[in-house]
Design a protein. Structure first.
Length: 167
């Protein structure tokens, strides 16, 4: 299973954390298509792939949140309040969604062959986010103005979780 990206949105619809794992080109790696955490960026912080499209990482986060928001509302209108939006699949990726009781939203984008990541997103929330971000007295409670999660332990643990547990 390949994980392409991971997002955390707070209750104010701000992207407070984003992480991308871009697959290496097949010519460099050989036949392996495993993702890498080496995200090549230009001096302005935009990856070359996004530069070609004219989009920034913020634009991608807004598009992801807008998609999740719209689909979640549509599912609630069609199925009632008891139904919840968990994931959707396209021909290129699968988007997984988990919302906490405090309206923090976790989104993971994987390859289409991956199983449901709802349990994995719950584990990331409980074991990583709560332990390293929420319980950290130096971490802000609110993230106004785009100030996101800046915690090395959280980032390292997320990297280990994605590479060891989900691979």
């Amino acid at each position: 299973m390949v994980v392409y990206s991971f997002y955390i949105f707070d209750r104010h619809a701000e992207c407070i954390y984003r992480r991308r794992w871009l697959p290496r080109p097949a010519s460099i790696v050989g036949k392996s298509s495993r993702p890498t955490s080496d995200t090549p960026t230009l001096s302005n912080g935009i990856s070359p792939a996004l530069e070609k499209l004219g989009r920034t990482a913020d634009d991608d986060a807004k598009l992801v949140f807008g998609t999740v928001f719209s689909l979640r509302n549509m599912v609630r209108k069609l199925g009632g309040d008891d139904d919840s939006f968990i994931s959707y699949t396209t021909n290129q990726y699968k988007l997984h969604f988990y919302e906490t009781p405090t309206n923090t939203k976790f989104v993971m984008i994987t390859d289409i062959k991956s199983p449901s990541m709802r349990i994995a997103l719950q584990q990331i929330y409980i074991n990583l986010y709560v332990e390293y971000v929420v319980k950290n007295p130096l971490s802000p409670v609110e993230h106004p103005g785009g100030i996101g999660v800046d915690n090395e332990l959280f980032e390292e643990s997320l990297e280990q979780f994605v590479t060891r547990v989900l691979s």
